[in-house]
Design a protein around this ligand. Structure first.
Ligand SMILES: NC(=O)C1=CN([C@@H]2O[C@H](COP(=O)(O)OP(=O)(O)OC[C@H]3O[C@@H](n4cnc5c(N)ncnc54)[C@H](OP(=O)(O)O)[C@@H]3O)[C@@H](O)[C@H]2O)C=CC1
Ligand SMILES: O=C1Nc2ccccc2C1=O
Length: 318
């Protein structure tokens, strides 16, 4: 089978071309890895590896992992097992700065900062560099990692200078945190990975990032059609997505991925199902008409829903 041709976005500082859809090894894979006794950062789970091998075989060339997912080891194994040439892949990794979730503190795996994190990560990933390294979240406290955002960003820049990552960026950052970095940086963030879908359009931060040539990656793009995630009684998109999926003759998931992509955002999605993995790329094959695009946008804006990190990131909003 001829390799699938995936469109790309171009990163402003390096001109690197990042494949326009990413395969995630977080969310359910993270939960599985963290909650199965005996598994850990250094202890592999062959089932997750096989899911990632299947994703690569299906055509994904952009893999998303993170220190906190504990899935670096499976990504490293999967790349090896798939036999794909490393130069054909884009790997994104993230520093775990630590978290305060549900009143509980989860200290960073690498409290000295991103430098130590990526050094360890590259061993698990079995590679000498990644294409993109992110600070996973703006959660800097004494109990989590005890360094400042400015110190962390200096280390990120050092990782670029030592060629351990080609690009650097952030995740879950709002404008005030981006501004802290922009004030002190030698290299600007190239990417901000945030939750992004029709029910969370995040216009202020998206606009800010566009102005500063920071690419937005959108995680959880399928949220509006995942009843286990979006369980509100009111789901005004449901009939519209049904109607437009028929009109374009596509699965509802493809309509949602296309909407994200067509709005200039790079979707990060995941599936353990090989057929769904293979079908993902069909969203590059059609275009949503402007009036349908705007209709989805305005119906989506009638509900505000954040499925990840709401407790931390919804402060002062709405
Ligand atoms: N930076 C951050 O803080 C965060 C980053 N992420 C990254 O983003 C990735 C994706 O996040 P996630 O929320 O899982 O993204 P999605 O919105 O893509 O949801 C994926 C889920 O949807 C299901 N699914 C896939 N295809 C379909 C379909 N056609 N119809 C219905 N359901 C479908 C999958 O199940 P099935 O396997 O059965 O197909 C899977 O459980 C993560 O793995 C992680 O890498 C995520 C959250 C936070
Ligand atoms: O994949 C992820 N799931 C999450 C849940 C909470 C905070 C971050 C994440 C991820 O990055």
């Amino acid at each position: 089978m001829a390799p699938i041709k995936i469109p790309t976005f171009t990163l402003a500082r390096t001109g690197d071309k990042i494949p326009a859809v990413g395969f995630g090894s977080g969310t359910k894979h993270r939960i599985r890895k963290q909650s199965t006794p005996g598994l850990g950062m250094q202890v592999r789970d062959d089932e997750i590896t096989n899911v990632i091998v299947s994703a690569i075989d299906s055509g994904f060339s952009h893999l998303d992992t993170a220190e906190s997912y504990l899935t670096r080891i499976e990504v490293g194994d999967a790349v090896e097992k798939s036999g794909i040439d490393r130069s054909k892949l884009w790997i994104t990794d993230k520093w775990d700065q630590g978290w305060v979730l549900g009143g509980q503190t989860y200290p960073s795996h690498s409290p000295s900062g991103p430098y130590e994190s990526l050094k360890e990560g590259l061993k698990l990933l079995k590679t000498d560099h990644v294409e993109l390294f992110l600070i996973h979240g703006p959660f800097f406290t004494k109990e989590t990692s005890n360094i400042t955002i400015e110190e962390a960003w200096k280390q990120m820049e050092q990782l670029v200078d030592e060629k351990l990552t080609r690009n650097i960026g952030v995740s879950n950052f709002d404008i005030e945190w981006l501004e802290k970095i922009l004030k002190v940086c030698k290299y600007k963030p190239q990417v901000n990975q945030i939750e992004y879908h029709l029910y969370l359009q995040q216009e202020p931060v998206v606009e800010f990032c566009r102005k500063h040539e920071i690419l937005i990656e959108g995680y959880s793009p399928l949220t509006p059609i995942r009843p286990e995630k979006f369980s509100k009684d009111v789901n005004p998109l449901k009939p519209v997505v049904e109607e437009l999926s028929k009109k374009y003759n596509v699965d509802p998931s493809l309509l949602l991925l296309r909407w994200v992509y067509q709005s200039g955002v790079l979707p990060i999605t995941t599936s353990s199902n090989p057929e769904r993995q293979r079908n993902t790329f069909k969203f590059f094959d059609f275009k949503i008409d402007p009036e349908d695009f705007d209709r989805l946008k305005s119906v989506g804006q009638s509900v505000h829903f954040r499925g990840n990190l709401a407790e931390q990131l919804e402060k002062n909003k709405n």
